[in-house]
Design a protein around this ligand. Structure first.
Ligand code: HEC
Ligand code: HEC
Ligand code: HEC
Ligand code: HEC
Ligand code: HEC
Ligand code: HEC
Ligand code: HEC
Ligand code: HEC
Ligand code: HEC
Ligand code: HEC
Length: 320
C-alpha cells in the first residue's frame, strides 16, 4: 500500500513539475535540475546547448561529491568551451587579451542572459567595462560607434588583422560607405593617401574633437603632410589664409581642369548640390572664380586677382 502511494505521489509531483517549467527539453532530464536551480534559465537567452542536451551537457556528474574538477563540470575554463566551440575562431594571429587569457566569462554568462549572445552587458557598455569610454564620445562620433556596433568592425575574440579588425581599411570602410565616392575609376584625380587606402591618416575611426572625424581640423590636417611654410607669405590668398582649403580642393578625389593640372577642383555639380540643399550659395563666388584663374600651385600665396570682377575688396587686398 505504502509503495503504491509513494509511486502515485512521485508521479503527481513529476507531472506538476513538467507543467510548471518552460520548454519540455528542460524537464526530460532526471533528476530535473530546475526543480532546485530555477533561476538558471529564467532569461530571454538561454545557452542553446541547455535546450538541446540539458544541464548535464556540462555538469556531467551532478551532485557526485567526489567529482573533479569542481562544480561537477567535465572540464574548466576554455577547455570546456572548446569542446563544442571551434578553437580556431578564438586563436587567430591577433587575440583579444581577455580571450587569450581564457576569460570567456568576463564577457559571457554561461547559462542565461537578457542580452543576445549571452553577453553580461550589451555592447558598447560591455567594452567600456575595460576600455576608456571617453575616447569614443567626442564632438564628432562615428554613427556605428555611437550606436554601440563595435563588432561591425572588430571581432571580439581574435582576427588575422591588426586591432582585431574584421577587414583592413579601406575595405573596412567600404562595408558601409560607397567606394565610388572615395576611389572611383571615373574620376581623373585621386589624392595619394586616399588611393593608398590610408583613410586613418586623416580620420579617427571612432570619434574626434574635430569635424568629420578628422584627426585635426582643416587646414591643420593638410599640414600634417604638406609643408605649411609653402602656403605662407606676406600676401596670402584670403581663402588660403583662412584655411578654407576645401573651398577649392576635394579631400578624396575629383576632376581636374586638365589632366596635367595638379588639382582636383570642387566640381560645379558639388557647388550646385550644396546650393540646393542649403537654399543658398555656400561656396562664395570669388572662390570659384579664383580657383579657375590660378595656374601655378605657388599661387596660393601670391597675386591672383587681376581681371577679377568680384569681390574687388578681396582682390585688391591681395594684389602686390
Ligand atoms: C533536490 C534539489 C536539487 C536538484 C534536483 C539539483 N540540485 Fe544542484 N544543488 C542543490 C543544492 C542545494 C546545491 C548547493 C547550493 C547551491 O550551490 O545552490 C546545489 C549545487 C549545485 C552545483 C554547484 C556545486 C558547487 O560546487 O558549487 C551545481 C553545478 C549543481 N548543483 C548542478 C546541478 C545539476 C546539473 C542538476 C541536474 C542534473 C542539479 N544540480 C539538480 C540542489 C539540487
Ligand atoms: C555550457 C556548459 C554549462 C551548461 C550546459 C550548464 N552549466 Fe552550470 N556552470 C557552467 C560553468 C562553466 C559554471 C561555473 C561558473 C563560474 O565559475 O562562474 C557553472 C556553474 C553552475 C552552478 C554553480 C555556480 C552558480 O552559478 O550558481 C550551478 C548551480 C549550475 N551551474 C547549474 C546549472 C544548471 C541547473 C544547468 C542547466 C539548466 C547548467 N548549470 C548548465 C557551465 C554550464
Ligand atoms: C571581450 C569580450 C568577450 C570575450 C572575452 C569573449 N567573447 Fe564571445 N562574444 C563577444 C561578443 C561581443 C559577441 C557577439 C559578437 C557579435 O555581435 O557578432 C560574442 C559572441 C560569441 C559567440 C557566438 C557568436 C560566434 O562568434 O560564434 C560564441 C560562441 C562566443 N562568443 C564564445 C566565446 C568563448 C568560447 C570565449 C572564450 C574563449 C569568448 N566568447 C570570449 C565578446 C566576448
Ligand atoms: C556541450 C557543448 C557546449 C559547451 C561545452 C559550450 N557551448 Fe556554447 N554553445 C553550444 C551550442 C550547441 C551553441 C549553439 C550553436 C552555436 O552558436 O555554436 C552554443 C552557443 C553559444 C553562444 C551563443 C549564444 C547565442 O545567443 O546564440 C555563446 C556566447 C556560447 N555558446 C558561449 C560558450 C562559452 C563561453 C562556453 C564555455 C564556458 C561554452 N559556450 C561552452 C554548445 C556548447
Ligand atoms: C575584460 C576586459 C575587456 C573587455 C570587456 C574588452 N576588452 Fe578589448 N582589450 C582588453 C585589453 C586588456 C586589451 C589590451 C590593452 C589595450 O589595448 O587596452 C584590449 C585590446 C583591445 C583592442 C586592440 C587589440 C590590438 O591588437 O591592439 C581592441 C580592438 C579591443 N580591445 C576591442 C574591444 C571591443 C570591441 C570590446 C567589446 C566587444 C572589448 N574590447 C572589450 C580588455 C578588454
Ligand atoms: C568603423 C569601424 C569601427 C568601429 C565601429 C569601432 N572601431 Fe575600434 N577601431 C577601428 C579601427 C580601424 C582601429 C585601428 C585604429 C588604428 O590602427 O589607428 C580601431 C582600434 C580600436 C582599439 C585599439 C586602440 C586604439 O584606439 O587604437 C580599441 C580598444 C577599439 N578600437 C575599441 C572599439 C570599441 C570599444 C568600439 C565600440 C564602441 C569600436 N572600437 C568601434 C574601427 C572601428
Ligand atoms: C558599420 C558601418 C560603417 C563602417 C564600417 C564605416 N562607417 Fe563611416 N559612417 C557610417 C555611417 C552610418 C555614417 C553616417 C552617414 C554618412 O555620413 O554616410 C558614417 C559617417 C562617416 C564620416 C562622417 C562623420 C561626420 O561627422 O559627418 C566619416 C568621416 C566616416 N564615416 C569615415 C569612415 C571611415 C574612415 C571608415 C573606415 C575606417 C568608416 N567610416 C567605416 C557607417 C560606417
Ligand atoms: C587627406 C585626408 C583624408 C583622407 C586620406 C581621407 N579623408 Fe575622408 N575626409 C577628409 C576631409 C577633409 C573630409 C571633410 C570633407 C568636407 O567637410 O567637405 C572628409 C570627409 C569624409 C566623409 C564624410 C562624408 C563626405 O564624403 O564628405 C567620409 C565618409 C570619409 N571622409 C571617408 C573616407 C574614407 C573611406 C577614406 C579612405 C578611403 C578617407 N575618407 C580618406 C579627409 C580625408
Ligand atoms: C597623409 C598625408 C596627406 C595629408 C594629410 C594630405 N595630403 Fe595632399 N597629398 C599627399 C600626397 C602624398 C600627395 C601627392 C604628392 C605628389 O604627388 O607630389 C598629395 C597631393 C595633394 C594635392 C595635389 C594633387 C594632385 O593631383 O597632384 C593637393 C591639391 C592636395 N594634396 C591637397 C590636400 C589638402 C587640401 C589636404 C587637407 C584636406 C591634404 N592634401 C592632406 C598627402 C597628404
Ligand atoms: C582659391 C582656391 C584654393 C585654395 C583656397 C587652396 N588651393 Fe591649393 N591649389 C589651388 C589651385 C588652383 C592649385 C593648382 C594650380 C594649378 O593648376 O597649377 C592648387 C594646388 C595645390 C596643391 C598641389 C601643388 C602643390 O603646391 O604641391 C596642393 C598640395 C594644395 N593646393 C594644397 C592646398 C592646401 C593645403 C590648401 C589650404 C591651406 C589649399 N591648397 C587651398 C587652389 C586653391
Amino acid at each position: 500500500m505504502n509503495i503504491y502511494r509513494a509511486i502515485f505521489l512521485s508521479f503527481l509531483i513529476a507531472t506538476a513539475f513538467v507543467f510548471s517549467f518552460p520548454g519540455p527539453a528542460f524537464s526530460k532530464q532526471f533528476p530535473d535540475c530546475l526543480l532546485c536551480h530555477k533561476r538558471k534559465t529564467d532569461a530571454k537567452v538561454v545557452h542553446p546547448i541547455i535546450k538541446e542536451s540539458g544541464c548535464v551537457a556540462c555538469h556531467t556528474r551532478p551532485h557526485e561529491m567526489e567529482a573533479k574538477p569542481q562544480k561537477f563540470l567535465f572540464a574548466t575554463g576554455v577547455d570546456l568551451c572548446f569542446t563544442c566551440h571551434d578553437r580556431k575562431k578564438f586563436t587567430r594571429k591577433i587575440q583579444h587579451p581577455p580571450v587569450a587569457q581564457g576569460m570567456c566569462l568576463s564577457c559571457h554568462y554561461v547559462h542565461k542572459s537578457d542580452n543576445p549572445n549571452l553577453l553580461i552587458t550589451a555592447t558598447p557598455g560591455l567594452c567600456f567595462n575595460c576600455h576608456d569610454k571617453e575616447k569614443f564620445e567626442k564632438k564628432s562620433t562615428h554613427p556605428p560607434v555611437a550606436g554601440g556596433m563595435c563588432t561591425s568592425c572588430h571581432n571580439p575574440h581574435s582576427s588575422n588583422i591588426e586591432k582585431l579588425l574584421v577587414s583592413k581599411p579601406p575595405d573596412l570602410c567600404f562595408i558601409c560607405h560607397e567606394k565610388d565616392l572615395y576611389i572611383s575609376d571615373t574620376k581623373k584625380k585621386h589624392h595619394a593617401p586616399v588611393l593608398k587606402g590610408k583613410c586613418l591618416s586623416c580620420h579617427n575611426p571612432h570619434a574626434s574633437a574635430a569635424e568629420k572625424l578628422l584627426l585635426k581640423s582643416v587646414p591643420g590636417i593638410c599640414f600634417t603632410c604638406h609643408i605649411q611654410a609653402e602656403f605662407e607669405d606676406k600676401y596670402e590668398h584670403p581663402p588660403v589664409e583662412a584655411g578654407m582649403c576645401l573651398s577649392c580642393h576635394e579631400p578624396h578625389q575629383g576632376d581636374a581642369k586638365n589632366s596635367s593640372s595638379p588639382i582636383y577642383q570642387r566640381s560645379v555639380l558639388t557647388a550646385t548640390t550644396r546650393e540646393s540643399s542649403t537654399g543658398r550659395t555656400s561656396i562664395p563666388l570669388f572662390q570659384r572664380e579664383c580657383a579657375r584663374s590660378v595656374t601655378n600651385p605657388m599661387r596660393h600665396r601670391i597675386r591672383l586677382c587681376s581681371g577679377f570682377r568680384r569681390p574687388t575688396a578681396v582682390c585688391s587686398a591681395t594684389r602686390r
